[in-house]
Ligand binder design. Structure first.
Ligand SMILES: [Zn+2]
Length: 203
């Protein structure tokens, strides 16, 4: 239950939004909520989604297919960009958490279909995909108006708080990912990321 509880909850939330869009007469006045709620459902699902490889026949645990930005890319390709952005951030949390195993052996390693374990390339794979996920997230957020960005920021903090309280024993890397995501949301101005602004944060 623990494993698919969160993705199920996310499904339910997205379904409710779709139902409200279809049947609720007041929905047009609340339509601005739609993208935010889709983002939230993506975020909830994304945090657990990579470990669904445990339940998927044919995939071994820490499969490169689920432990990557591919699920978010798929949603993006099909035009569900708010869900894709939420998924991307959730997966980025998960992968940065997976970056801190006790040892890089056995279950900690990334497995490709057919090829099997990629051994010591696993941490590199995880880092590359955290960056990829953050890029997808940034791409979507930079297209949003300022008030939507503030909502997204609040959701990131809430979602992350829930996640860290629930299960994170070693929160350092996921917290860094969260910090970086917040930085990105702040740094995008007028649809373009300002490098100068990012620099000012560090300086
Ligand atoms: Zn995992």
């Amino acid at each position: 239950m623990k494993l698919y509880g969160a993705p199920l909850m996310a499904f339910l939330l997205a379904g409710l939004v779709l139902a409200a869009r279809e049947f609720c007469p007041f929905w047009p006045t609340m339509a601005f909520m739609e993208e935010i709620l889709f983002f939230l459902s993506g975020l909830i699902a994304g945090i657990r989604l990579p470990d669904l490889d445990l339940l998927t026949p044919g995939l071994s645990h820490r499969s490169a297919i689920t432990h990557s930005c591919i699920p978010a890319l798929l949603f993006w390709a099909f035009g569900f960009s708010p869900i894709a952005a939420g998924l991307a951030l959730g997966i980025a949390f998960h992968l940065s958490s997976d970056l801190q195993p006790k040892a890089w052996t056995g279950g900690a390693l990334i497995k490709f279909p057919l090829l099997g374990s990629i051994g010591m390339l696993s941490p590199l794979w995880l880092i590359a995909n955290v960056i990829g996920c953050l890029a997808i997230f940034m791409e979507m957020v930079s297209g949003e108006p300022i008030d939507a960005r503030q909502m997204i920021l609040a959701l990131c903090v809430l979602g992350a708080g829930w996640y860290f309280l629930q299960e994170e024993k070693r929160p350092l890397l996921p917290l860094m990912t969260l910090g970086f995501a917040i930085l990105l949301v702040h740094a995008v101005r007028g649809g373009t990321l300002s490098v100068k602004l990012v620099w000012q944060y560090f300086a």
